[in-house]
Design a protein around this ligand. Structure first.
Ligand SMILES: NC(=O)c1ccc[n+]([C@@H]2O[C@H](COP(=O)([O-])OP(=O)(O)OC[C@H]3O[C@@H](n4cnc5c(N)ncnc54)[C@H](OP(=O)(O)O)[C@@H]3O)[C@@H](O)[C@H]2O)c1
Length: 332
């Protein structure tokens, strides 16, 4: 049996329950993993609340797609892994099918990456969602090049910080957008060449000033809502406004017509484009692993919570105070 976080109805963090359930035996192409740490992401809070891009198909529902642990057992037709091996679970599956908020969980083998000896469980649970999301969008979808300016909103989030690091490693200039001045110094310390405080500054005007009037090659936006009109003004001709989150929770207009039909690419993106394609995942994982090795990339962990306080961790997620990643640890 394994303590497993499930919810039996949609709602706030209080609907999360710790149920003692049999994790089951791994089937073909599956692996049973002892979970040591769990990366907490916005997608889980949205899935819990019934606001995720993918609806919950059945209750009780599982949660979580990012974790680190150790392989306990292999199902049939699984190669390249062995019991006792340290691994990370990356977000390559639907929460309707699998969930890693648990002491032990069955997951598809294609979602496992070997975890090097020097990467502890907390780091191994904190880096993959942010960096795979950032790499796929910045390097492969947008084709960010050295010398480009990349604007990142919600920059203090796990994904935002990974995007700042990734832009810098690609040779681009990362510009961070954050709502208040509270996190500005820490964003500069994490490599932001400029920090724009959206509550105090006109973001588009500031980006145009910074780029000599041309605009940024790409804007990576996790906020969406009516603000996209203003963000689109900050994009250079032929550049991209890439939407990867919807923190505002408000309807998002299409900015093209409002701005006179500029040469603007508007693109939505999820990490699943990267993680559900074996070739793209292989390239992205190699890039992230090399960044972790050379120190350009690292886990920025804001707070740890024990599994028994998973609802508190979700409440903290909603507080907006965080800087980097929230991780839940599992004691065995
Ligand atoms: N497309 C994908 O595949 C993918 C994958 C992972 C994450 N995401 C998205 O990336 C974003 C970050 O996710 P995360 O899990 O790393 O962290 P998160 O907890 O969702 O983001 C926290 C940050 O978002 C900003 N924020 C919070 N509420 C906001 C609001 N109402 N308006 C504007 N900004 C707000 C704050 O940054 P400041 O205090 O700096 O303003 C806060 O620190 C989310 O939108 C998530 O859905 C997308």
């Amino acid at each position: 049996m394994a303590l497993t976080v499930r919810f039996h109805e949609h709602g706030g963090p209080e609907v999360l329950r710790l149920d003692d359930v049999d994790p089951g035996r791994p089937g073909p192409g599956e692996v049973l993993v002892r979970v040591d740490a769990i990366g907490i992401n916005r997608a889980e809070a949205l899935f819990r609340a019934g606001q995720y891009i993918e609806p919950v198909k059945q209750f009780p529902a599982l949660l979580g797609t990012e974790a680190a642990g150790v392989v306990e057992a292999l199902g049939p037709r699984v190669g390249g892994l062995e019991p006792g091996q340290a691994v990370s679970v990356v977000p390559a599956f639907s929460q309707n099918d699998y969930g890693v908020y648990a002491e032990r969980a069955v997951v598809p083998a294609r979602a496992l990456l070997p975890r090097p000896q020097d990467v502890d469980a907390v780091s191994g649970a904190a880096v993959w969602m942010p960096y795979l999301t950032a790499y796929g969008a910045m390097a492969e979808v947008t084709g960010l090049r050295p010398g480009d300016v990349a604007v990142v909103t919600a920059a203090s989030s796990g994904v935002g910080l990974a995007a700042l690091h990734t832009a810098a490693r690609l040779g681009a200039t990362p510009v961070a957008v954050t709502r208040t001045p509270a996190k500005a110094d820490r964003l500069r310390a994490e490599g932001a060449a400029e920090v724009v405080v959206s509550a105090e500054q006109d973001v588009a005007r500031r980006v145009l000033e910074l780029t000599g009037g041309r605009g940024a090659a790409a804007v990576f936006d996790a906020v969406a809502g009516p603000g996209v009109i203003d963000l689109a003004r900050a994009v250079a001709p032929g550049g991209t406004l890439l939407l990867w989150g919807a923190q505002s929770g408000r309807p998002t207009p299409y900015p093209g017509f409002e701005l006179g039909m500029p040469a603007l690419n508007v693109r939505t993106y999820t990490v699943h484009e990267t993680t559900r394609d074996p070739d793209r995942l292989r390239r992205a994982a190699a890039y992230v692993a090399s960044g972790l090795r050379d120190g350009a990339f690292r886990a920025v962990v804001d707070r740890l919570f024990p599994l028994t306080e998973v609802a508190v961790a979700h409440r903290y997620l909603d507080s907006g105070e965080r800087f980097g990643k929230v991780v839940v640890t599992v004691r065995h």
